[in-house]
Design a protein around this ligand. Structure first.
Ligand code: GCO
Ligand code: MN
Ligand code: MN
Length: 396
């Protein structure tokens, strides 16, 4: 479990090699969109692994059907998996995370675990158990649940309360399945407000953090927040990740970029909002997050596979550059002084306010505060924010 790192900015976190990962579906994306067909040829999982090794990735993630087609025979599956394992051992790449495709096939058009149809719900469980077997065989320790079709365009036909109950039932069942098989998976729930459904249930990371506490095995379950998803909803992604970190629930993270109020863009990490990306990297570094850094993004539709490599290298490079900028920010004396000024601390007061007692109540209620003087104090965010920007822009 990723816990807040009390050693803060100077902690050991920065020294280890980052675990940069990509999904088979990310660099393998062929550029289809609602207005046009593919612009790139399909490349095989083995070729994708080679491409990822070339750009310096640590690992590769997958949905069951990114690797094994939904209708593959057992013999075909074995051959595909053997070839894939060989590519992994040839390149040294690992598979830290696996997940299930519960959204592409028409059977899931009205949801999987939350479908109103008992057959669909049972099939979704069966498909997920098989996908968990496959992920475990490849060494995955994190299992992501993204409920892409778990939602509705209209609430006329399904009770959204049932949706939540059904989702809970499925996760509880699968926690037991993971334990029964000693897979030791950590489940990471990924929220998204919409796309492909008009409205997806449990739309934000915050929704999932509350939901997790209602599960039978909450300690096995955390979240997989994605930059684009909270941003699509007009929310502050960094603050959602912060809540996950504070709760010890940041099991995985999907990095990409997104402009607010637009379609699901899945841009290269840092491509749209570099300032937010900076504060996100700062949050992850300051709190010693050492799980996978998964780029769930894809190259612009203009690119060929050389451009896809540029895209993948760009994701990694932007993270690394921002990490350098964070180190610079954290050791900048003027910046640290401004932060101190913004957060004037008084240990005695904090001890009183942090521990309820009759004495604390009495003292706090009788205390005199110079409200006007405190309110009149300038708080130098303009200067601080400008210094942060100078660092980001390479002028400091
Ligand atoms: C999306 C999601 C997906 C999931 C993936 C893994 O917007 O389509 O981000 O890419 O992350 O299905 O669960
Ligand atoms: Mn997404
Ligand atoms: Mn994602």
């Amino acid at each position: 479990m990723v816990k807040a790192n009390p050693s803060g900015p100077s902690g050991a976190a920065g020294k280890a090699r980052e675990k940069f990962t990509f999904g088979l579906w990310t660099v393998g994306n062929i550029g289809r969109d609602p207005f046009g067909g593919p612009v790139r040829e399909v490349i095989s999982p083995v070729e994708i692994v080679k491409l990822l090794a070339e750009v310096g990735a640590y690992g590769v993630n997958m949905h069951d059907n990114d690797l094994v087609p939904i209708d593959a025979s057992p013999a075909k599956q074995k051959q595909i998996v053997d070839d894939f394992k060989k590519a992994l051992s040839d390149t040294g790449l690992v598979v830290p995370m696996a997940t299930t495709n519960l959204f592409s096939d028409p059977v899931f058009k009205d949801g999987a675990f939350t479908s109103g149809d008992s057959q669909v719900r049972a099939y979704a469980l069966q498909k997920t158990m098989r996908a968990m077997d496959l992920g475990a065989e490849l060494g995955a320790k994190i299992y992501v649940f993204w409920g892409g079709r778990e939602g509705a365009e209209t609430d006329a036909g399904k009770d959204p309360v049932d949706g939540i109950k059904r989702f809970r039932e499925a996760i509880n069942f699968l926690c037991q399945y993971s334990m029964q098989n000693n897979y030791n998976y950590r489940f990471a729930l990924e929220a998204k407000p919409n796309e492909p459904r008009g409205h997806i249930y449990l739309a934000t990371t915050g929704n999932y953090l509350a939901f997790i506490e209602t599960l039978d095995y909450p300690e096995m379950v955390g979240v997989n927040p994605e930059v684009a998803h909270e941003t699509m909803a007009g929310l502050n992604f960094v603050h959602h990740v912060a809540q996950a970190i504070e709760a010890g629930k940041l099991f995985h993270i999907d990095l990409n970029d997104q402009e607010s109020g637009r379609y699901d863009q899945d841009y290269r990490f840092g491509a749209a909002n570099i300032k937010q990306a900076f504060y996100l990297v700062k949050l992850l570094v300051d709190h010693g997050y050492d799980g996978p850094l998964h780029f769930d993004a894809h190259a612009y539709r203009t690119e060929d596979y050389e451009g896809v490599k540029d895209f993948a290298r760009g994701c990694i490079r932007n993270y690394q550059l921002l990490k350098k900028k964070v180190a610079r920010f954290n050791k900048d004396a003027e910046i640290q002084q401004l932060i101190k000024r913004i957060n004037p601390a008084d240990e005695k007061l904090d001890a009183l306010a942090g521990n309820f007692s009759e004495n604390a109540v009495r003292q706090l209620k009788s205390m005199k505060f110079d409200r006007k003087a405190i309110g009149a104090r300038g708080i130098p965010y303009e200067r601080l924010d400008q210094l942060a920007m100078e660092i980001i822009m390479g002028e400091r």
